[in-house]
Design a protein around this ligand. Structure first.
Ligand SMILES: Cc1ncc(COP(=O)(O)O)c(C=O)c1O
Length: 340
């Protein structure tokens, strides 16, 4: 039986399937492929469009009239939620870290253009707990005003949101079949854990149906979010449950969860030399646009793993490009243009 998602509430927001492009050879001779989830189409694209299809489907089904979510000052998730609200006619409120800047740039500029209201909390960049508390109190205020808010936690990383990446995993397997390849590993950038949980849910469903699947390796770029919380295996199993009863035998164990945190550097959103080098590498080889907080560090992890000999010569390796380009045009977002 095929893995199907037709029974789930879903808003049509993303341009799917995204392309799977042939990349260059990696150190050690493995072949790189790039899954273009930076081109999901919604408000500048990125991984959150997939999660928002299910989150907004759920919001509309529950009669919500507004969306409330939360993120770091230059949150891509918030920008794409703003775009989803614009498309679906829902008012959007974004709870952000930091203070109101004198000039809006990058994701903040786009979110405002999409019509969202920005609520700056003054919180430090990655004080996720503080931000979630602010999101909860704003949600209560909006409820009291009769705005029927649908609250989306950081990164949209609920089991409903993660469904978007279960879809992506199955989409990838179909593209592997079309290209006649069987990649050993899928590598991607992880922060709040929902992309990871969704990929593992899709993988478990495919395994239960006897399909050949790649390993999934997350490059963690945020401490205190995906390291131990949320529990990625638990979230993945909740996601499998939503996918349907016929997948009862599918399950994700702690052993399936690999988060490599060696590429974060000092902290979330603090650039690394390796990340900047990865940004230059991708731009110069495929015209791929990565950013300093997420996809640049993610690719630096993949390139680092290749240099360590993790991927066999002649194997195929996939990098899911999760997006993030608008942050290049925010203060501190521009990568160094040369390594010196
Ligand atoms: C560009 C980009 N890549 C990767 C991620 C990580 O996704 P997740 O939060 O699902 O772990 C994010 C999350 O904000 C992102 O904006």
């Amino acid at each position: 039986m095929q893995v199907v998602f037709d029974h789930l509430e879903r808003a049509s927001l993303a341009t799917l399937p995204t392309a799977l492009e042939l990349g260059p050879l990696l150190d050690g001779g493995a072949q790189l492929w790039v899954k273009r989830d930076d081109l999901t189409g919604l408000g500048g694209g990125g991984n959150k469009a997939r999660k928002l299809e299910f989150l907004c489907g759920d919001a509309l089904a529950s009669g919500a009239r507004s969306l409330v979510t939360v993120g770091a000052g230059q949150s891509n998730h918030c920008r794409m939620t703003a775009a989803a609200g614009a498309k679906l006619g829902l008012e959007v409120h974004l709870v952000l870290s930091g203070d109101q800047p004198s000039v809006l740039t990058g994701n903040q500029l786009l979110s405002t253009l999409f019509g969202a209201q920005l609520h700056f909390t003054g919180a430090e960049e990655s004080h996720w707990g503080e931000l979630e508390i602010a999101r909860e109190s704003l949600t209560a205020e909006l409820s009291a005003e009769g705005l029927s808010p649908y609250a989306i936690p950081i990164g949209g990383s609920t089991s409903v949101g993660a469904l978007g990446y279960a879809v992506a995993f199955i989409e990838l397997l179909d593209q592997f079949d079309e290209a006649g390849i069987a990649p050993s590993t899928v590598v991607f950038t992880s922060s709040s854990g929902g992309t990871h949980a969704g990929l593992l849910a899709g993988r478990a469903a495919a395994v239960a149906q006897g399909r050949v699947v790649p390993n999934v390796v997350a490059i963690g770029v945020a401490t205190g979010v995906n390291i131990g919380w949320p529990d990625v295996a638990e979230l993945a199993n909740e996601t499998v449950m939503l996918m349907g009863k016929h997948l009862e035998s599918a399950s994700v164990s702690e052993r399936d969860v690999e988060v490599d945190t060696r590429w974060i550097g000092e902290d979330y959103a603090i650039p690394t030399d390796a990340g900047d080098e990865a940004i230059r590498w991708a731009a110069g080889r495929g015209g791929w646009i990565l950013d300093r907080t997420y996809s640049g560090k993610g690719l630096s992890g993949l390139l680092g793993l290749a240099a360590e000999g993790r991927f066999a010569e002649d194997s195929d390796v996939v990098f899911i490009h999760t997006g993030g380009w608008p942050a290049l045009f925010a203060p501190g977002g521009a990568p160094l243009l040369s390594g010196s």
